[in-house]
Design a binder for this molecule. Structure first.
Ligand code: NAD
Length: 474
């Protein structure tokens, strides 16, 4: 199968192509158009041309078209789910049950939110203030491979709802669903050029997109290193950036916690083979209950089945790519060489081979070592103990990241106290991964800049304008 760019409502090929392989068995899925400066410029031109008419389209009509996109996603949810699973190795079961419905919901939510967006109005000494949200222009969206369509549509839906036109650059390890989204938007009736997809390697097509002077917004989800490159490319134009980056989130288990719940929440961190930015990979457990917690956790983890992500019984699939697999193994090997003990897993799955890495838990990790401070982005958790609340908070806040944190406790007052002191964009108390699009989502410290969700998304994608009118003569 050949996959092309989607520019101006048409499939556009490139002279070069790259191979897209399935993490399930390494088979070649597609030969994908390999974009560069020329395709970046073409896509920005198409989006720029489509912008004035789309920006002038009434809110009601934009909302109707976004609902039509959601309808088309729902119609093709099975196809999208299988494509995504084959391409990035995440569970088909999750794609069918929760991910694709949420992808459609992303469009419905921002379509409805748009209709409710208030134009604030107030009076200053007889002068009328009128605050409006004007679309900014062309938005470049650059997204990762761990939840390709989910993360892309969090950005696409509010950007389009706000009246911007979009150029999406999906990750080169998972280009397929973005390509199908091109067809879906056309099927739903979106005008040509409103939504565009440029495929290619980040280092080749990323800089000409990020550095393009005609681009008014850049929203990026991915690693800190890439965020720095994008920020540098965007700096000459001062293009506003939204950055959703990595994490090294903690899960704090206090002695008063429901330990079964704590064990369940900890085992949930192996979801998507640990390739989740929010994953609470540092288990911090109060000393007095650490043995009891560990026993429950290991019993829970023993029930997880690793295997083909298309199989409904599978809980943990493969890692996305040999490079990511090698990176994870390197982290674990170095931690073990430095004295850590793998009490669970600790290497590739010998029964499955390929890109299947065993769910791993390390104890005895050295304070300050890389396994505690750097993002592994795989099924690797560490367990440390703390003596009291103060120490727990200090340990939780001891990395450069601040994406999320989970607190497991039976005490509401402790939950309030501790969550108030955690450096994190999201804190979950006795739960994990509950996400509402009305809520702000983003990270503190190096986990990101800005917030997505509700009005935070519209604030980013719009030029917010205040018009002040003197009283009219009677
Ligand atoms: P990555 O930074 O390597 O790549 C992300 C995207 O950036 C890809 O599309 C890639 O092609 C592109 N890119 C690479 N170099 C570029 C450049 N110089 N200019 C422009 N674009 C470029 O990240 P990844 O490996 O795909 O994803 C994993 C990372 O994403 C992890 O750090 C993870 O925590 C993070 N992530 C964060 C969130 C969040 O919401 N905070 C969600 C998911 C993933």
């Amino acid at each position: 199968m050949n996959v092309e760019h989607w520019i101006g409502g048409e499939r556009v090929p490139s002279a070069g192509r790259f191979e897209d392989r399935s993490p399930i068995d390494g088979s070649v899925l597609a030969h994908v158009a390999r974009g560069g400066p020329e395709e970046a410029a073409l896509a920005v031109r198409a989006a720029t041309g489509a912008f004035p008419a789309w920006a002038r389209t009434s809110r009601e009509e934009r909302a109707r078209l976004l609902h039509a996109v959601a309808d088309a996603i729902e119609r093709r949810a099975g196809e999208l789910a299988m494509l995504e699973t084959t391409d990035n190795g995440a569970l088909l079961r999750s794609h069918l049950r929760s991910v694709m419905p949420r992808v459609a919901h992303n469009f419905r939510f921002f379509a409805d939110w748009l209709l409710e967006l208030d134009h604030a109005a107030f009076d200053t000494r007889g002068h009328a203030n009128h605050v409006s949200w004007d679309p900014a222009g062309v938005a470049v969206l650059i997204t990762p491979w761990n939840a390709p369509l989910m993360l892309a549509t969090w950005k696409i839906a509010p950007a389009l709802a706000a009246g911007n036109t979009v150029v999406l650059k999906p990750a080169e390890w998972s280009p397929l669903t973005a390509s199908l989204l091109g067809d879906i938007t056309a099927e739903a009736g979106l005008p040509d050029g409103v939504f565009n997809v440029v495929q290619g390697h980040g280092t080749e097509v990323g800089p000409p997109l990020s550095g393009h002077p005609g681009v008014r917004r850049i929203s990026f989800t991915g690693s800190v290193a890439t965020a720095r490159a994008i920020a540098a490319a965007a700096a000459p134009n001062l293009t506003p950036l939204s950055l959703e980056l990595g994490g090294k989130s903690p899960l704090l288990v206090f002695a008063d916690a429901d330990l079964d719940l704590a064990a369940d929440l900890a085992a949930e961190q192996y979801d998507n083979a640990g390739q989740v930015c929010l994953a609470a990979v540092r288990l911090l457990v109060e000393e007095s209950v650490s043995a009891a917690f560990l026993e429950r956790f290991l019993a829970r983890a023993a029930t997880l089945r690793q295997g083909d992500p298309r199989d409904a019984e599978t809980d943990i699939g493969p890692q996305i790519h040999p490079r990511q697999f090698g990176k994870i193994d390197g982290f674990v090997r170095r931690a073990v060489a430095a004295g850590a003990t793998p009490v669970l897993g600790g290497g590739p799955n010998p029964d499955l081979g390929g890109l299947y890495y065993q769910p791993t838990l390390l104890t005895g990790v050295k304070p300050g070592s890389e396994i505690l401070t750097e993002e592994v982005f795989g099924p690797v958790l560490t367990l440390q103990t703390f003596a009291h609340e103060e120490e727990a908070v200090t340990m939780a806040n001891s990395t450069d990241y601040g994406l999320a944190a989970t607190v497991v406790t039976g005490s509401p007052s402790r939950a309030r106290r501790v969550s108030g002191r955690l450096v994190a964009g999201t804190v979950w108390v006795n739960c994990f991964f509950v996400r509402d699009l009305r809520a702000p989502f983003g990270g503190a410290r190096r986990s990101g800049v800005g917030r997505e969700g509700g009005n935070w998304s519209f604030d980013f994608y719009c030029d917010v304008k205040n018009t002040v009118s003197a009283p009219w003569e009677k």
